[in-house]
Design a protein around this ligand. Structure first.
Ligand SMILES: Nc1ncnc2c1ncn2[C@@H]1O[C@H](COP(=O)(O)OP(=O)(O)O)[C@@H](O)[C@H]1O
Ligand SMILES: [Mg+2]
Length: 254
């Protein structure tokens, strides 16, 4: 069986540190995979390796059976892979709607000359993009904020805008780096509902997250990293009871 995403033995060193050490895991079509671990465990580096922001020293990344190791980040959305960042990267002065549209912009075929001349195809694509964006904003409960500058929104809503932008190109898999960071309980619950709905819609997720409730609610399999290596890989309930995982977490929390 071909997995949608298959990470095989990836390693990334920075000087003397091995940030990611021989990590392997898979993500099935439409499944939700959480990646947890203490600060410095290598989670963000792992996401960077999958999404082409860093090249691995060893190992491979396959998307739908095709080798995407080291493929430039901007080439991945057209293959159905999108990501969000640990610190939101919205354009503060653009509206929520414009920020979301930016996520899909690279998918529209009309460019440059035809854009400038407003040729029929460019106009058609723009209309379709606007309609899709409105649907996404609605889906994530962002319609009331649609025409406000992104910077005016509360932290939780900004996170949802990031998710909307990640979804705007119609990905098959969305990778999120700590989307609940800085959110209060209500905002986190809203985010959890949104991610569950995305998952229910058949989009695969890779969710890096500290908030264990969010992980339990959204994911069907959990990868635990510690000091760059894989500490555990299993269903959420099993991983939660794993003494080695509890120890790594308690050690990090104190
Ligand atoms: N660009 C870099 N240069 C040097 N060290 C780095 C770099 N990126 C990450 N690291 C180191 O790699 C380890 C893993 O970091 P990171 O992937 O950010 O962890 P996490 O996201 O789990 O908190 C840390 O020790 C961090 O200091
Ligand atoms: Mg990180």
């Amino acid at each position: 069986m071909t997995h949608l995403l298959e990470v095989a033995g990836v390693t990334r060193r920075f000087g003397g540190i091995t940030a990611v050490d021989q990590v392997s895991f898979t993500v099935g079509e439409g499944s939700a995979r959480a990646v947890i671990g203490p600060n410095g465990a290598g989670k963000t580096t792992l996401l960077d390796l999958i999404t082409g922001f860093t090249a691995p020293d060893e190992g491979t990344v396959l998307l739908d059976g095709e080798d995407i190791t080291g493929v430039a980040p901007h080439r991945l959305p057209q293959r159905g892979l999108m990501r969000t960042f640990q610190s939101a990267r919205l354009v503060p002065l653009l509206t929520v709607r414009e920020n979301v549209m930016l996520g899909a912009h690279r998918f529209t075929r009309s460019r440059f000359l035809s854009d400038g001349l407003r040729l029929p195809r460019a106009r058609r694509e723009e209309r379709a993009l606007r309609a899709r964006t409105a649907e996404l904003l609605d889906f994530l409960g962002l319609t009331p904020f649609a025409d406000r500058p992104a910077a005016d929104l509360p932290a939780g809503a900004q996170r949802l805008v990031e998710v909307a932008r990640g979804l705007s190109g119609g990905p098959r898999i969305l990778l999120l780096d700590e989307p609940a960071a800085g959110l209060d309980d209500t905002e986190t619950a809203e985010l959890a509902d949104a991610l569950s709905a995305v998952h229910a819609g058949g989009i695969a997720l890779v969710l890096i997250e500290h908030n264990i409730d969010l992980v339990m609610k959204v994911s069907d399999r959990v990868l635990v990293l510690d000091a760059g290596g894989v500490l555990a890989d299993g269903p959420p309930e099993e991983v939660r009871r794993d003494p080695a995982v509890i120890e790594a977490y308690l050690g990090a929390a104190t």
